[in-house]
Design a protein around this ligand. Structure first.
Ligand code: GLC
Length: 453
């Protein structure tokens, strides 16, 4: 049941006001100054917040996102709906105008959390939303297929990213070593805009930015040709966040397709799920004791756990012994900081409590981690994370992210996905999947059978 805007109060009302303030008519910008376009996974997660008080607007958000799908199936990470010179790198740097048609977009994707979100929007009222969901299913199906074709052409069962930005966790220490092999000759002389708006201690360093721009140049030079990228891109890395979100998205797509009677999509998604399910094991590192990034060019595991490691539980069932180990390591992480969940191991020498993705807490990652924990019966830990998230917002408002040590807010202000998560989590504290009898559940070994745990 959705509420009306007038029924919201206090923090919830303010969260809804932020969403409305960042609404640009059918799509929502993450933060007015810092990110003035539509971002892929931001938009999907923002739809959850809108669903609390305006379901129609929530559907519009995912519809506008998927309307920018490329012919090859990719859904881009940024959609440049309007010209806006204050952002870098803009359409000229990405060079996709011929491929993306109108409007121009970036040339990479982001974690495909959209299917999981759409499943939740549908589950709110299946009869009311059946037609809208049915129109989006083929787009999700094509996007998910693109991931396997373009980003796992060798059939290993893990999808690669070709740019740190594709992971959505832009500046993780995981990228340091794989990025060191990227040639930055001739890069430079560009003007970053992010550090005009946000303190530079909170943003990636210039050297990192040079590497990001070198990878944009690589993609643009090959016209974003996925065969060339898969064969030659110097950065080719599989990471647990992206792979977990995709694996979960497949099981949510299967559930929706069954509910709506689309057997073809259900069958294709089931096959993809099986491949991803088997491949996920490649990310397990016995040395680190968890799921970590794998540099596919060199066959090397990363040296530390990140907040993406915990998303393995969001992806689907983790075998009990591993789930227990993960829960106790996560508890140990939380015990070392005031507010969880840090984006990187707080005991690691590369931990940096306020610099972008090298330590800070993100509300939407917390929501995904907590959802996975609930599905594994770890309800106390999930509740601890929910409370931590809310206390960060109470202390520092709806910032882009938060310092796990002091609770200070960082990055952009009046941030859409922080507002959305706060609102949605308060309104829907439990997971709300499509009931099993409606998904005719002969689900794969995914999350579909876990709704009552
Ligand atoms: C940053 C984040 C990315 C997000 C974008 C807009 O680039 O790392 O995940 O999508 O900001 O909020």
């Amino acid at each position: 049941m959705s509420l009306s805007f007038d029924q919201l109060h206090g923090t919830n009302k303010r969260a809804a006001e932020i969403l409305l303030g960042n609404d640009r008519g059918g799509y929502t910008v993450p933060s007015a100054k810092l990110y003035p376009f539509q971002w892929n996974w931001d938009s999907a997660l923002v739809a959850l917040g809108f669903s609390v008080f305006d379901p129609d607007r929530a559907w519009q958000e995912v519809e506008s996102l998927l309307s920018a799908q490329w012919d090859n199936g990719m859904v881009p990470h940024i959609i440049f709906w309007k010209e806006e010179k204050s952002y870098f790198p803009g359409p000229e740097q990405w060079g996709t105008t011929d491929i993306a048609k109108a409007p121009p977009t970036s040339g990479i994707t982001q974690p495909p959390v959209a299917a999981t979100v759409i499943e939740r929007l549908l589950a709110e009222d299946i009869d009311a939303h059946r037609d809208r969901a049915a129109k989006l299913l083929p787009k999700l199906d094509r996007w998910h297929q693109w991931f396997l074709d373009a980003r796992d052409p060798d059939g290993r069962g893990v999808v690669a990213i070709m740019h740190p930005w594709e992971s959505g966790r832009d500046n993780l220490p995981d990228w340091d070593r794989p990025l060191s092999f990227v040639d930055t000759t001739g890069i430079g002389g560009y003007h970053r805009r992010d550090t005009d708006i946000v303190n530079k201690d909170e943003r990636p360093k210039n050297n990192d930015y040079d590497h990001y721009m070198a990878l944009v140049r690589f993609g643009r030079d090959c016209n974003w040709n996925t065969d060339i990228i898969a064969r030659d891109c110097p950065f080719w890395v599989a990471e647990p966040g992206m792979n977990a979100i995709l694996r979960r998205a497949e099981s949510d797509l299967i559930r929706m397709a069954r509910c709506l009677g689309n057997d073809d999509i259900a069958a294709r998604a089931t096959a993809r799920f099986a491949r991803l399910d088997a491949g996920f094991e490649l990310l397990w590192s016995e040395t680190v004791g968890g799921y970590v990034t794998l540099d596919l060019r060199r066959g090397e595991h990363a040296i530390g756990l990140t907040s993406g490691s915990w998303l393995a539980m969001f992806a689907g069932p983790v075998e009990p012994a591993r789930a227990t180990t993960m829960a106790s390591t996560l508890t140990h992480w939380l015990d070392q900081v005031e507010h969880g969940v840090p984006s990187f191991d707080p005991a690691h020498e590369l931990f940096d409590s306020i610099r972008y993705w090298r330590g800070p807490v993100w509300a939407m990652i917390n929501w995904m981690i907590a959802t996975g924990l609930i599905e594994h019966g770890e309800t106390d830990l999930a509740e601890r994370i929910r409370r931590d998230t809310q206390s960060l917002i109470d202390q520092s408002d709806f910032r882009e992210y938060f310092c796990p040590v002091t609770g200070r807010g960082g990055g952009g202000t009046d941030f859409s996905w922080t507002a959305s998560m706060s609102l949605y989590w308060a309104a829907r504290p439990e997971t709300l999947p499509i009931p099993a009898h409606l998904s005719q559940s002969t689900a794969p070994t995914g999350t579909a059978d876990q709704e009552n745990t």
